[in-house]
Design a protein around this ligand. Structure first.
Ligand SMILES: NC(=O)c1ccc[n+]([C@@H]2O[C@H](COP(=O)([O-])OP(=O)(O)OC[C@H]3O[C@@H](n4cnc5c(N)ncnc54)[C@H](O)[C@@H]3O)[C@@H](O)[C@H]2O)c1
Length: 452
Protein backbone atom coordinates (compact mmCIF):
# COMPACT_ATOMS: atom_id res chain seq x y z
CA UNK A 1 0.00 0.00 0.00
CA UNK A 2 1.30 3.45 -0.82
CA UNK A 3 2.72 5.26 2.16
CA UNK A 4 0.10 7.57 3.64
CA UNK A 5 0.86 11.20 2.92
CA UNK A 6 2.07 13.22 5.84
CA UNK A 7 -0.57 15.93 5.47
CA UNK A 8 -3.45 13.70 4.53
CA UNK A 9 -5.99 15.94 6.31
CA UNK A 10 -4.94 19.13 4.63
CA UNK A 11 -5.11 20.46 1.17
CA UNK A 12 -2.47 23.05 0.59
CA UNK A 13 -3.89 26.39 -0.45
CA UNK A 14 -2.01 28.59 -2.91
CA UNK A 15 0.02 31.33 -1.34
CA UNK A 16 -1.85 34.19 0.26
CA UNK A 17 -3.63 36.53 -2.13
CA UNK A 18 -3.33 40.26 -1.71
CA UNK A 19 -5.79 42.01 0.62
CA UNK A 20 -5.54 45.75 1.00
CA UNK A 21 -5.52 46.94 4.62
CA UNK A 22 -8.77 48.24 6.15
CA UNK A 23 -7.48 51.83 6.36
CA UNK A 24 -9.85 54.69 7.10
CA UNK A 25 -13.59 54.70 7.70
CA UNK A 26 -16.07 52.20 6.26
CA UNK A 27 -19.38 53.81 5.26
CA UNK A 28 -22.45 51.61 5.55
CA UNK A 29 -25.44 52.63 3.47
CA UNK A 30 -28.78 51.02 4.26
CA UNK A 31 -31.90 51.22 2.12
CA UNK A 32 -34.67 50.48 4.67
CA UNK A 33 -34.11 51.96 8.14
CA UNK A 34 -36.59 49.70 9.96
CA UNK A 35 -36.31 47.13 12.74
CA UNK A 36 -33.25 45.24 11.48
CA UNK A 37 -31.27 48.31 10.41
CA UNK A 38 -31.85 50.24 13.63
CA UNK A 39 -31.16 47.20 15.84
CA UNK A 40 -27.88 46.76 13.98
CA UNK A 41 -26.73 50.39 14.17
CA UNK A 42 -27.86 50.87 17.79
CA UNK A 43 -26.10 47.61 18.64
CA UNK A 44 -22.82 48.66 17.03
CA UNK A 45 -22.87 51.92 18.98
CA UNK A 46 -23.77 50.09 22.23
CA UNK A 47 -20.86 47.69 21.71
CA UNK A 48 -18.49 50.57 20.91
CA UNK A 49 -19.51 52.31 24.11
CA UNK A 50 -19.10 49.11 26.13
CA UNK A 51 -22.81 48.76 27.06
CA UNK A 52 -23.27 45.33 25.49
CA UNK A 53 -21.52 42.47 23.70
CA UNK A 54 -21.74 41.56 19.97
CA UNK A 55 -23.30 38.15 20.62
CA UNK A 56 -24.09 36.20 17.46
CA UNK A 57 -21.41 37.87 15.34
CA UNK A 58 -18.81 35.52 13.88
CA UNK A 59 -16.52 38.41 12.93
CA UNK A 60 -16.46 39.73 16.48
CA UNK A 61 -16.56 36.56 18.58
CA UNK A 62 -15.56 33.69 16.27
CA UNK A 63 -12.21 31.98 16.06
CA UNK A 64 -10.63 29.98 13.25
CA UNK A 65 -8.52 26.88 13.67
CA UNK A 66 -5.28 26.93 11.67
CA UNK A 67 -3.03 23.95 11.00
CA UNK A 68 -3.28 20.68 12.91
CA UNK A 69 -5.40 20.12 16.01
CA UNK A 70 -2.14 19.71 17.94
CA UNK A 71 -0.84 23.12 16.78
CA UNK A 72 -3.17 24.99 19.14
CA UNK A 73 -3.54 27.94 16.73
CA UNK A 74 -7.05 29.40 16.87
CA UNK A 75 -6.91 33.17 16.45
CA UNK A 76 -10.00 35.32 16.41
CA UNK A 77 -11.29 35.79 12.87
CA UNK A 78 -10.97 39.55 13.17
CA UNK A 79 -7.29 39.13 14.02
CA UNK A 80 -6.70 36.62 11.24
CA UNK A 81 -8.09 38.70 8.35
CA UNK A 82 -7.95 42.50 8.13
CA UNK A 83 -11.52 43.64 8.88
CA UNK A 84 -12.75 47.17 9.53
CA UNK A 85 -12.91 47.90 13.26
CA UNK A 86 -16.27 48.86 14.79
CA UNK A 87 -14.90 52.31 15.62
CA UNK A 88 -14.35 52.95 11.92
CA UNK A 89 -17.98 52.37 10.89
CA UNK A 90 -20.13 55.31 9.78
CA UNK A 91 -23.74 55.04 8.63
CA UNK A 92 -26.40 56.46 6.39
CA UNK A 93 -29.69 55.17 4.99
CA UNK A 94 -32.82 55.73 2.96
CA UNK A 95 -36.42 55.26 4.02
CA UNK A 96 -39.91 56.24 2.91
CA UNK A 97 -40.58 57.49 6.46
CA UNK A 98 -38.89 60.59 7.87
CA UNK A 99 -37.98 59.15 11.29
CA UNK A 100 -34.34 59.39 12.30
CA UNK A 101 -32.74 56.19 13.56
CA UNK A 102 -33.64 56.89 17.17
CA UNK A 103 -37.36 57.37 16.43
CA UNK A 104 -37.39 54.45 14.00
CA UNK A 105 -35.75 52.20 16.60
CA UNK A 106 -38.22 53.37 19.26
CA UNK A 107 -41.14 52.57 16.96
CA UNK A 108 -39.69 49.19 15.99
CA UNK A 109 -39.76 48.31 19.68
CA UNK A 110 -36.95 45.77 19.56
CA UNK A 111 -34.54 47.35 22.05
CA UNK A 112 -35.66 48.68 25.40
CA UNK A 113 -35.82 52.42 25.99
CA UNK A 114 -33.04 52.39 28.56
CA UNK A 115 -30.48 51.06 26.09
CA UNK A 116 -31.78 53.22 23.24
CA UNK A 117 -31.52 56.37 25.32
CA UNK A 118 -27.87 55.66 26.00
CA UNK A 119 -27.15 55.74 22.25
CA UNK A 120 -29.72 58.42 21.39
CA UNK A 121 -27.25 61.23 20.53
CA UNK A 122 -25.64 59.00 17.93
CA UNK A 123 -28.82 57.47 16.50
CA UNK A 124 -30.82 60.67 16.22
CA UNK A 125 -28.16 62.17 13.93
CA UNK A 126 -28.80 59.50 11.28
CA UNK A 127 -31.65 60.80 9.17
CA UNK A 128 -33.10 58.97 6.19
CA UNK A 129 -32.41 60.16 2.68
CA UNK A 130 -35.39 60.23 0.33
CA UNK A 131 -36.20 56.73 -0.88
CA UNK A 132 -36.81 55.24 -4.30
CA UNK A 133 -40.20 53.66 -3.77
CA UNK A 134 -42.93 52.05 -5.83
CA UNK A 135 -46.15 50.89 -4.25
CA UNK A 136 -46.55 48.23 -6.90
CA UNK A 137 -43.69 46.45 -5.16
CA UNK A 138 -44.65 47.00 -1.51
CA UNK A 139 -48.39 47.39 -1.32
CA UNK A 140 -49.22 47.66 2.35
CA UNK A 141 -47.10 50.64 3.40
CA UNK A 142 -46.68 54.16 2.07
CA UNK A 143 -44.67 57.16 3.22
CA UNK A 144 -43.83 60.75 2.33
CA UNK A 145 -40.02 60.62 2.08
CA UNK A 146 -39.80 59.58 -1.56
CA UNK A 147 -37.72 60.79 -4.51
CA UNK A 148 -39.34 62.10 -7.67
CA UNK A 149 -37.76 61.76 -11.08
CA UNK A 150 -38.57 61.78 -14.75
CA UNK A 151 -37.80 58.06 -15.09
CA UNK A 152 -36.06 55.22 -13.26
CA UNK A 153 -32.66 56.18 -14.68
CA UNK A 154 -33.12 59.63 -13.19
CA UNK A 155 -33.90 58.01 -9.80
CA UNK A 156 -30.77 55.86 -10.11
CA UNK A 157 -28.73 59.02 -10.81
CA UNK A 158 -30.17 60.61 -7.66
CA UNK A 159 -29.11 57.58 -5.59
CA UNK A 160 -25.64 57.82 -7.15
CA UNK A 161 -25.53 61.48 -6.07
CA UNK A 162 -26.49 60.40 -2.52
CA UNK A 163 -23.67 57.86 -2.52
CA UNK A 164 -21.10 60.42 -3.70
CA UNK A 165 -22.34 62.96 -1.19
CA UNK A 166 -22.06 60.45 1.68
CA UNK A 167 -18.59 59.36 0.58
CA UNK A 168 -17.50 62.99 0.74
CA UNK A 169 -19.32 64.18 3.84
CA UNK A 170 -18.47 61.12 5.97
CA UNK A 171 -14.86 60.93 4.83
CA UNK A 172 -15.29 57.18 4.30
CA UNK A 173 -12.53 55.52 2.32
CA UNK A 174 -14.77 52.55 1.42
CA UNK A 175 -18.52 51.93 1.22
CA UNK A 176 -20.91 48.95 1.38
CA UNK A 177 -24.67 48.96 0.64
CA UNK A 178 -26.83 46.60 2.69
CA UNK A 179 -30.52 46.21 1.66
CA UNK A 180 -32.66 46.07 4.82
CA UNK A 181 -35.81 47.33 3.09
CA UNK A 182 -39.19 45.61 2.96
CA UNK A 183 -39.73 42.45 0.95
CA UNK A 184 -40.85 43.38 -2.56
CA UNK A 185 -43.53 41.60 -4.58
CA UNK A 186 -42.60 38.40 -6.37
CA UNK A 187 -41.36 38.78 -9.94
CA UNK A 188 -39.46 36.55 -12.34
CA UNK A 189 -36.45 37.79 -14.31
CA UNK A 190 -37.34 39.26 -17.72
CA UNK A 191 -35.44 40.40 -20.80
CA UNK A 192 -34.77 43.72 -19.04
CA UNK A 193 -32.56 41.91 -16.49
CA UNK A 194 -30.39 39.93 -18.87
CA UNK A 195 -27.58 42.43 -19.54
CA UNK A 196 -26.40 45.83 -18.36
CA UNK A 197 -27.34 47.28 -21.72
CA UNK A 198 -30.90 45.95 -21.55
CA UNK A 199 -31.21 47.04 -17.92
CA UNK A 200 -30.08 50.60 -18.67
CA UNK A 201 -32.52 50.85 -21.55
CA UNK A 202 -35.28 49.56 -19.28
CA UNK A 203 -34.37 52.17 -16.63
CA UNK A 204 -34.80 54.94 -19.17
CA UNK A 205 -38.06 53.45 -20.41
CA UNK A 206 -39.46 53.10 -16.89
CA UNK A 207 -39.88 49.34 -17.32
CA UNK A 208 -42.32 48.00 -14.71
CA UNK A 209 -40.04 45.00 -14.07
CA UNK A 210 -37.39 47.17 -12.42
CA UNK A 211 -37.98 47.18 -8.68
CA UNK A 212 -36.72 49.94 -6.35
CA UNK A 213 -34.18 47.58 -4.73
CA UNK A 214 -32.63 47.07 -8.19
CA UNK A 215 -32.24 50.83 -8.60
CA UNK A 216 -30.23 51.08 -5.36
CA UNK A 217 -28.20 48.05 -6.45
CA UNK A 218 -27.51 49.49 -9.89
CA UNK A 219 -26.46 52.85 -8.39
CA UNK A 220 -24.16 51.16 -5.85
CA UNK A 221 -22.46 48.85 -8.32
CA UNK A 222 -21.97 51.70 -10.81
CA UNK A 223 -20.22 53.57 -8.00
CA UNK A 224 -18.04 50.50 -7.34
CA UNK A 225 -19.79 49.81 -4.03
CA UNK A 226 -20.49 46.20 -2.90
CA UNK A 227 -24.17 45.35 -2.43
CA UNK A 228 -25.62 42.71 -0.07
CA UNK A 229 -29.32 41.81 -0.08
CA UNK A 230 -31.00 40.90 3.21
CA UNK A 231 -34.46 40.34 1.72
CA UNK A 232 -35.66 37.65 -0.70
CA UNK A 233 -36.24 40.07 -3.64
CA UNK A 234 -34.33 39.30 -6.86
CA UNK A 235 -32.39 42.62 -6.63
CA UNK A 236 -28.82 41.52 -7.49
CA UNK A 237 -29.68 37.92 -8.38
CA UNK A 238 -29.78 38.79 -12.06
CA UNK A 239 -27.39 38.49 -15.04
CA UNK A 240 -27.27 42.29 -15.46
CA UNK A 241 -26.17 42.77 -11.85
CA UNK A 242 -23.57 40.00 -12.07
CA UNK A 243 -22.14 41.71 -15.12
CA UNK A 244 -22.11 45.09 -13.40
CA UNK A 245 -20.57 43.63 -10.26
CA UNK A 246 -17.68 42.06 -12.16
CA UNK A 247 -17.13 45.08 -14.36
CA UNK A 248 -16.86 47.39 -11.37
CA UNK A 249 -15.07 45.07 -8.91
CA UNK A 250 -18.05 45.50 -6.57
CA UNK A 251 -18.96 42.19 -4.87
CA UNK A 252 -22.61 41.08 -4.53
CA UNK A 253 -24.30 38.66 -2.12
CA UNK A 254 -27.79 37.55 -1.06
CA UNK A 255 -30.56 36.69 -0.55
CA UNK A 256 -32.67 36.88 2.62
CA UNK A 257 -31.03 36.78 6.05
CA UNK A 258 -31.07 33.29 7.52
CA UNK A 259 -32.62 33.82 10.94
CA UNK A 260 -35.43 32.29 13.04
CA UNK A 261 -37.26 29.30 11.70
CA UNK A 262 -35.08 28.77 8.63
CA UNK A 263 -31.94 28.89 10.74
CA UNK A 264 -33.36 26.09 12.91
CA UNK A 265 -34.44 24.19 9.78
CA UNK A 266 -30.94 24.27 8.33
CA UNK A 267 -29.54 23.09 11.65
CA UNK A 268 -31.99 20.16 12.05
CA UNK A 269 -32.39 18.92 8.47
CA UNK A 270 -28.67 18.17 7.88
CA UNK A 271 -28.78 16.12 11.11
CA UNK A 272 -31.70 14.00 9.87
CA UNK A 273 -29.97 13.44 6.55
CA UNK A 274 -26.66 12.59 8.22
CA UNK A 275 -28.42 9.77 10.13
CA UNK A 276 -30.59 8.68 7.14
CA UNK A 277 -33.79 9.53 9.02
CA UNK A 278 -36.76 9.94 6.65
CA UNK A 279 -39.16 12.87 6.40
CA UNK A 280 -42.90 12.73 5.74
CA UNK A 281 -43.68 16.36 6.33
CA UNK A 282 -42.58 19.67 7.82
CA UNK A 283 -45.22 22.21 8.73
CA UNK A 284 -43.92 25.63 9.77
CA UNK A 285 -46.04 28.50 10.96
CA UNK A 286 -45.15 31.88 12.42
CA UNK A 287 -46.84 34.73 14.17
CA UNK A 288 -45.17 38.11 14.15
CA UNK A 289 -46.35 41.66 14.58
CA UNK A 290 -43.67 43.97 13.22
CA UNK A 291 -43.81 46.00 9.99
CA UNK A 292 -42.12 43.14 8.16
CA UNK A 293 -45.06 40.94 9.18
CA UNK A 294 -47.48 43.61 7.98
CA UNK A 295 -45.78 43.84 4.56
CA UNK A 296 -45.82 40.04 4.28
CA UNK A 297 -49.62 40.02 4.60
CA UNK A 298 -49.65 41.05 0.96
CA UNK A 299 -49.73 37.87 -1.18
CA UNK A 300 -47.12 39.26 -3.62
CA UNK A 301 -44.55 39.95 -0.88
CA UNK A 302 -45.41 36.67 0.87
CA UNK A 303 -44.83 34.71 -2.33
CA UNK A 304 -41.27 36.14 -2.55
CA UNK A 305 -40.64 35.09 1.06
CA UNK A 306 -42.30 31.70 0.66
CA UNK A 307 -40.13 30.79 -2.35
CA UNK A 308 -37.07 31.65 -0.32
CA UNK A 309 -38.19 29.61 2.71
CA UNK A 310 -39.38 26.56 0.77
CA UNK A 311 -36.26 25.89 -1.28
CA UNK A 312 -34.16 25.08 1.79
CA UNK A 313 -35.32 21.51 2.49
CA UNK A 314 -35.21 20.32 -1.12
CA UNK A 315 -31.58 21.34 -1.39
CA UNK A 316 -30.46 19.94 1.95
CA UNK A 317 -32.31 16.62 1.72
CA UNK A 318 -31.63 15.90 -1.97
CA UNK A 319 -34.77 13.80 -2.73
CA UNK A 320 -33.25 12.83 -6.10
CA UNK A 321 -30.42 11.01 -4.30
CA UNK A 322 -32.59 9.61 -1.47
CA UNK A 323 -36.05 8.91 -2.91
CA UNK A 324 -37.07 6.44 -0.14
CA UNK A 325 -36.29 8.99 2.56
CA UNK A 326 -37.18 12.34 1.03
CA UNK A 327 -39.00 11.60 -2.23
CA UNK A 328 -42.45 12.48 -0.97
CA UNK A 329 -42.47 14.96 1.91
CA UNK A 330 -44.98 17.78 2.38
CA UNK A 331 -43.47 21.18 3.22
CA UNK A 332 -45.69 24.10 4.20
CA UNK A 333 -44.75 27.54 5.47
CA UNK A 334 -47.20 30.07 6.88
CA UNK A 335 -46.64 33.60 8.22
CA UNK A 336 -49.40 35.34 10.13
CA UNK A 337 -49.33 39.02 11.00
CA UNK A 338 -50.30 39.25 14.67
CA UNK A 339 -49.62 42.76 16.06
CA UNK A 340 -49.44 41.94 19.82
CA UNK A 341 -46.15 40.08 19.31
CA UNK A 342 -44.26 42.98 17.70
CA UNK A 343 -40.77 41.86 16.68
CA UNK A 344 -40.91 38.85 19.00
CA UNK A 345 -41.86 36.18 16.56
CA UNK A 346 -43.07 32.73 17.54
CA UNK A 347 -42.23 30.01 15.06
CA UNK A 348 -43.77 26.56 15.39
CA UNK A 349 -42.55 23.55 13.51
CA UNK A 350 -44.22 20.17 13.38
CA UNK A 351 -41.84 17.65 11.85
CA UNK A 352 -43.02 14.18 10.86
CA UNK A 353 -40.01 11.92 10.54
CA UNK A 354 -39.59 8.15 10.21
CA UNK A 355 -36.88 5.74 11.33
CA UNK A 356 -35.85 2.07 11.25
CA UNK A 357 -38.41 -0.05 9.35
CA UNK A 358 -40.38 3.09 8.60
CA UNK A 359 -41.68 3.72 12.14
CA UNK A 360 -43.04 7.29 12.40
CA UNK A 361 -41.95 9.86 15.01
CA UNK A 362 -42.66 13.55 15.55
CA UNK A 363 -40.64 16.54 16.64
CA UNK A 364 -42.21 19.85 17.73
CA UNK A 365 -40.17 23.02 17.86
CA UNK A 366 -41.52 26.20 19.41
CA UNK A 367 -39.00 28.97 18.89
CA UNK A 368 -39.79 32.19 20.76
CA UNK A 369 -37.34 34.28 18.86
CA UNK A 370 -36.52 37.92 18.29
CA UNK A 371 -36.19 38.49 14.59
CA UNK A 372 -34.06 41.60 14.54
CA UNK A 373 -31.84 40.37 17.39
CA UNK A 374 -30.99 37.39 15.19
CA UNK A 375 -30.57 39.53 12.06
CA UNK A 376 -28.40 42.37 13.44
CA UNK A 377 -25.16 40.37 13.89
CA UNK A 378 -25.63 38.97 10.38
CA UNK A 379 -25.75 42.51 9.02
CA UNK A 380 -22.55 43.35 10.86
CA UNK A 381 -20.70 40.28 9.58
CA UNK A 382 -21.95 40.82 6.05
CA UNK A 383 -20.83 44.43 5.79
CA UNK A 384 -17.41 43.60 7.20
CA UNK A 385 -16.92 40.56 4.97
CA UNK A 386 -18.25 42.35 1.86
CA UNK A 387 -15.72 45.10 2.51
CA UNK A 388 -13.00 42.45 2.92
CA UNK A 389 -14.04 40.93 -0.42
CA UNK A 390 -13.81 44.34 -2.09
CA UNK A 391 -10.24 44.71 -0.79
CA UNK A 392 -9.17 41.23 -1.91
CA UNK A 393 -7.62 41.03 -5.38
CA UNK A 394 -8.98 37.50 -5.68
CA UNK A 395 -12.59 38.11 -4.61
CA UNK A 396 -13.43 41.61 -5.76
CA UNK A 397 -13.87 40.76 -9.44
CA UNK A 398 -15.77 37.47 -9.15
CA UNK A 399 -19.26 38.88 -8.58
CA UNK A 400 -21.28 36.59 -6.28
CA UNK A 401 -19.62 35.92 -2.92
CA UNK A 402 -20.88 32.37 -2.49
CA UNK A 403 -18.68 31.88 0.58
CA UNK A 404 -21.18 34.12 2.44
CA UNK A 405 -24.04 31.60 1.87
CA UNK A 406 -23.83 30.98 5.64
CA UNK A 407 -25.88 34.13 6.20
CA UNK A 408 -28.66 33.61 3.66
CA UNK A 409 -31.87 31.63 3.30
CA UNK A 410 -31.58 31.61 -0.48
CA UNK A 411 -27.86 31.77 -1.26
CA UNK A 412 -27.02 33.18 -4.67
CA UNK A 413 -24.94 31.03 -7.01
CA UNK A 414 -24.02 31.05 -10.66
CA UNK A 415 -26.75 29.54 -12.88
CA UNK A 416 -26.34 25.77 -12.98
CA UNK A 417 -24.74 25.53 -9.54
CA UNK A 418 -27.05 24.39 -6.79
CA UNK A 419 -26.86 26.45 -3.59
CA UNK A 420 -25.44 24.99 -0.40
CA UNK A 421 -27.96 25.29 2.46
CA UNK A 422 -26.45 23.09 5.17
CA UNK A 423 -25.31 25.56 7.85
CA UNK A 424 -22.26 23.48 8.78
CA UNK A 425 -21.03 23.08 5.21
CA UNK A 426 -21.63 26.81 4.76
CA UNK A 427 -19.48 27.57 7.80
CA UNK A 428 -16.71 25.31 6.55
CA UNK A 429 -16.85 27.05 3.16
CA UNK A 430 -16.61 30.46 4.81
CA UNK A 431 -13.68 29.53 7.06
CA UNK A 432 -11.84 27.70 4.27
CA UNK A 433 -12.21 30.81 2.11
CA UNK A 434 -10.56 32.87 4.83
CA UNK A 435 -7.77 30.27 5.22
CA UNK A 436 -7.31 30.27 1.45
CA UNK A 437 -7.08 34.07 1.33
CA UNK A 438 -4.32 34.00 3.94
CA UNK A 439 -2.41 31.11 2.35
CA UNK A 440 -3.19 28.69 5.21
CA UNK A 441 -3.88 25.00 4.63
CA UNK A 442 -7.55 24.14 4.11
CA UNK A 443 -8.99 21.85 6.76
CA UNK A 444 -10.78 18.74 5.53
CA UNK A 445 -11.16 17.01 8.95
CA UNK A 446 -9.68 13.75 7.65
CA UNK A 447 -7.28 13.49 10.59
CA UNK A 448 -5.43 10.32 9.56
CA UNK A 449 -1.98 11.82 9.96
CA UNK A 450 -2.33 11.90 13.74
CA UNK A 451 -2.32 8.07 13.63
CA UNK A 452 0.74 7.62 11.40
N1 LIG B 1 -35.54 40.22 10.88
C1 LIG B 1 -35.26 39.10 10.32
O1 LIG B 1 -35.00 38.12 10.96
C2 LIG B 1 -35.23 39.00 8.82
C3 LIG B 1 -34.84 37.79 8.25
C4 LIG B 1 -34.77 37.67 6.88
C5 LIG B 1 -35.08 38.75 6.09
N2 LIG B 1 -35.50 39.90 6.65
C6 LIG B 1 -35.88 40.97 5.74
O2 LIG B 1 -35.18 42.14 6.07
C7 LIG B 1 -35.96 43.26 5.68
C8 LIG B 1 -36.06 44.23 6.85
O3 LIG B 1 -36.77 43.65 7.91
P1 LIG B 1 -37.32 44.57 9.09
O4 LIG B 1 -37.86 43.67 10.12
O5 LIG B 1 -36.29 45.58 9.45
O6 LIG B 1 -38.54 45.29 8.35
P2 LIG B 1 -39.12 46.76 8.64
O7 LIG B 1 -40.46 46.77 7.99
O8 LIG B 1 -39.02 47.12 10.08
O9 LIG B 1 -38.10 47.72 7.87
C9 LIG B 1 -38.09 47.84 6.48
C10 LIG B 1 -38.00 49.31 6.17
O10 LIG B 1 -37.80 49.42 4.76
C11 LIG B 1 -38.48 50.61 4.37
N3 LIG B 1 -38.62 50.54 2.93
C12 LIG B 1 -39.47 49.81 2.19
N4 LIG B 1 -39.25 50.02 0.88
C13 LIG B 1 -38.22 50.88 0.79
C14 LIG B 1 -37.52 51.48 -0.28
N5 LIG B 1 -37.84 51.20 -1.53
N6 LIG B 1 -36.50 52.32 0.00
C15 LIG B 1 -36.15 52.60 1.29
N7 LIG B 1 -36.81 52.09 2.35
C16 LIG B 1 -37.81 51.23 2.10
C17 LIG B 1 -39.76 50.59 5.17
O11 LIG B 1 -40.32 51.87 5.25
C18 LIG B 1 -39.24 50.10 6.52
O12 LIG B 1 -38.88 51.15 7.38
C19 LIG B 1 -37.32 42.71 5.23
O13 LIG B 1 -37.34 42.57 3.83
C20 LIG B 1 -37.34 41.35 5.85
O14 LIG B 1 -38.15 40.43 5.15
C21 LIG B 1 -35.58 40.07 8.00
Amino acid sequence: MAKRQKHATMEVSPSASEIKPAKGKLGIMIPGMGAVATTFVAGVEAVRKGFAKPIGSLTQMGTIRLGKRTDARSPKIKEFVPLAGLDDLVFTGWDIFEDDMYSAASKAGVLEKELLDKVKPFLSKIKPRKAVFDRNYVKLIDGPNVKKGKNKMDLAEQVRDDIREFRKSSGASRLVTMWCGSTESYIEPTAAHQSVKAFEKALTKNDANIAPSMIYAYASLKEGVPFANGAPNLTVDLPAMRELSRENNAPISGKDFKTGQTLIKTILAPGFKARMIGLNGWFSTNILGNRDGEVLEDPGSFKTKEESKLSVLEHILQPGLYPELYGNFTHKVRINYYPPRGDNKEGWDNIDIFGWLGYPMQIKVDFLCRDSILAAPIVLDLVLFMDLAARSTELKGIGIQEWLSFYFKSPMTLPGLYPEHDLFIQLMKLKNTLRHLRGEELITHLGLEYYD
